[in-house]
Design a protein. Structure first.
Ligand SMILES: [K+]
Ligand SMILES: [K+]
Lengths: 460, 460
């Protein structure tokens, strides 16, 4: 928070006080918490404590992240919404007139997403596989284990993640700057691209930048933000083939290429857009939705009914595990297809023995079950949240797309209010609090939060 | 088909020729098929053949059922749509001006649903548990077995189902007639109530009948149509307590009562409807949607955004297994809640051993998996069909609600075109064929059809 304060001082903006005071409050409470926290960590956490602390830390971060927004006079609900949307890298915004906001505040929005992004990667690699959340035990590595030697290795891994993340963000800044963005815009958008966050410094979002090269760089870095970060690290260390051998990466890239090409041809034919424009507009927006970045590059919901339905479905997909993306995530679809096909074949030929595989590892029935349970809970959560939002008199398209976009940490919704060209500001306060909950439950992969609602969790 | 022919002759309507000719064609081909079929049955079917024949018989019935509609000059697509919607007891219609149609044709629509209804009950009790479709192995009884003595017992069971079905339908006719319907209306609506089909003889559907007693009888018989038929037979034989002890029945009745009361209060407060009116309107429409009957009793989509979202979600629910209803069905929700709760508790306390139960029987992990796989495939099917319908330029609400209503065999959709006050006639032909497929795949509990798309199913 001190960084945006300095920026605002440099820009002679009185808002620096906001950041200074917020920093002070945050620093004090953070100090207290880390002392308490650190003591617990040294003794080692049991599973239940890990669940509680994981959720607690994601809930408390936005409480402090919201403080600087209060100086805009937007009310506490909106401030918290903007901060939750920031740290969870969702990118739904209640602010408009972005182009005229103090630069410190804009930078703070981008930084929240950037920090949230790296937090998610660390959580997905070090923590969730150990908690066995929705099939993530598939990605258990030594670093998910808990012996003493391993803690040291975790620290080393986190350090590596941090350095690579910083390196890729810097590359993105340079790429944006070199293709015509102002340094400030390049920095902000790089922070929110690599985090697949989607906050922009302009109301028209990415459409502000007309150079096609900028658009294609954004596509590249959104995709990087959606790939498994451990494999990206391997790639940076000179083993790029490991990326390509990963089943998630193949499926993800295949999906993106096929759908983008399809939509580009659709645009070219029905809207008579020149093919190179169509290709960029299609690829950019498809990648933006699938990776859950949420930048708008023209209002794709005006391309016709098929695109609206496609955008809704793609909000559920997400990227690869261990990336900054939200959503269901590719590996769960792969496990789902594999196990259900085997299940159906067993139905037809009950005596045949079949084994289900993911990449080179065999799937246990516990893992398949875990993934299926996750899928149902994910879709069920979106359904129930849709109903909860509709109770605030939101129409069906708004309620459903808001629920899907929040749980998937995508950003924009559908319909005239919260679509890619709109804002979440007009929603009633109650709906905003529901969406805050939705963004957090999505970010924490549903199960991490649901278990806390089971009375038995708290017994003994 | 000869019955409607006689009715039309009696009403001096030239349409009797339609039925006579249709009957002749159907009779001839039916004779050929049953000869071929009967031979196969005597030798006993293996699992694969059962899958094929089950699907085949549901696909071929509407082909013949469509014939009488051709005389209306509505085109083959519309005729098939109406027949598929009939036999699957969906009840979506492309016809309007129902009040002026030949009585024989109206009766044919009702008869299709009535025959479809009893066909579904037989299929769900005798066939599907044996095929282990989406957890239905839970309902395996001796009659699902295949030894010779058992075939005789199946025949006895089917006879019992037939008699009880006829008896309940007759009760419904009498109840409707006694509360003011014309004999013709009473007959038609009784046939489509007990089958939770929803075809009416009036464009305004059930709103034509203003006597509240008629409405409450409809509620009663729709609920009967949604209960497990085997238990209803037990009830008719003097053991009504078996119904009440069934976990499905309890959950279903609980859901209906709670939601109906909630909506009634909502209506009373927000629309200032007198409480007795509100209670009937709410209960009728909730029961109509949950059981997938699909009668309209006033346009409930005009009650506000919360009701629209609620109606969409309830389209997925369905009634009990072994009834005439479609949808996901109550027992799968119960299995889902039970197994996922146990799964989450195992996540928190990995060393605890937990057993999952449904009623008094313990759930195997294969069964839980089966149910979860069904849930995901069901929701995924609705998602993919939504996209397919949107490709025909249907807006999101129309496409999504059409997919949900067709797969769930409910009947009306949402939105201005296909809502409870609308008709499916304006949809493009392609969309109608997709919906025919959707109604069949829903009726056959998804898996029965999906397995046929696996190339390995057809190998060797
Ligand atoms: K996002
Ligand atoms: K129906």
């Amino acid at each position: 928070m001190l960084i945006p304060a300095v920026v605002d001082i440099a820009a002679r903006n009185a808002d620096w006080q906001a950041f200074a005071l917020s920093s002070l409050a945050t620093g004090l409470i953070g100090l207290l918490m880390s002392v308490a926290f650190g003591g617990a960590l040294e003794e080692g956490l049991n599973t239940r404590q890990t669940f509680i602390l994981t959720t607690l830390s994601w809930v408390s971060l936005p409480v402090f992240g919201a403080l600087p927004f209060l100086w805009l006079g937007i009310g506490y609900t909106d401030a918290v919404f903007e901060a939750v949307s920031g740290f969870t890298t969702t990118g739904s915004t209640v602010l408009s007139g972005l182009d005229g906001l103090p630069p410190g505040l804009l930078l703070w929005r981008s930084l929240m997403q950037w920090m949230g992004g790296v937090g998610i990667i660390v959580m997905a690699i070090v923590l969730l596989p150990f908690l066995r959340i929705g099939g993530m035990q598939l990605f258990q590595t030594e670093s998910s284990d808990r012996s003493e030697k391993i803690v040291a290795r975790s620290v080393e891994l986190i350090r590596l993640i941090g350095i690579s993340y910083l390196f890729l963000s810097s590359c993105c800044v340079v790429a944006y700057w070199a293709t015509g963005m102002s340094p400030f815009d390049a920095l902000n958008h790089a922070l929110t691209t690599i985090a697949t966050g989607g906050y922009s410094t302009h109301d028209v979002s990415f459409a502000y930048f007309t150079n096609p090269a900028t658009g294609w760089f954004a596509v590249l870095f959104m995709i990087i933000g959606a790939l498994p970060f451990v494999l990206i690290i391997q790639g940076l260390r000179g083993k790029p083939m490991m990326l390509w051998r990963d089943p998630q990466v193949r499926a993800f890239m295949g999906l993106v290429v096929v759908v983008s090409l399809g939509v580009a041809f659709y645009l070219g034919i029905t809207h008579r857009v020149p093919l190179d424009d169509a290709l960029l507009m299609s690829t950019f927006n498809i990648v933006s939705v699938v990776t859950g970045t949420g930048y708008a590059y023209g209002d794709y919901t005006s391309w016709g009914a098929p695109m609206v339905a496609l955008a809704l479905l793609l909000k559920f997909v997400g990227g690869c595990t261990g990336s900054t993306t939200g959503g269901i995530k590719i590996f769960r679809f792969l496990v789902f297809f594999g196990t259900v096909r085997a299940h159906l074949r067993r139905m037809v030929r009950p005596n045949r023995i079949m084994s289900e595989e993911y990449g080179s590892s065999r799937l246990t029935s516990e893992l398949s079950f875990s993934v299926l349970a996750f899928l149902v809970c994910y879709l069920g959560t979106v359904g129930i949240l849709t109903l909860a939002l509709a109770a605030f008199d939101l129409d069906l398209v708004t309620a459903l797309s808001a629920a899907a976009t929040a749980v998937g940490n995508v950003g924009p919704g559908l319909g005239p209010t919260i679509g890619p060209a709109g804002s979440f500001a007009p929603l009633p306060d109650g709906a905003k609090w529901i969406l805050c909950f939705a963004m957090l439950i999505g970010r924490l992969e549903i199960f991490t939060v649901i278990v806390l609602f089971d009375p038995e969790f708290w017994s003994r």
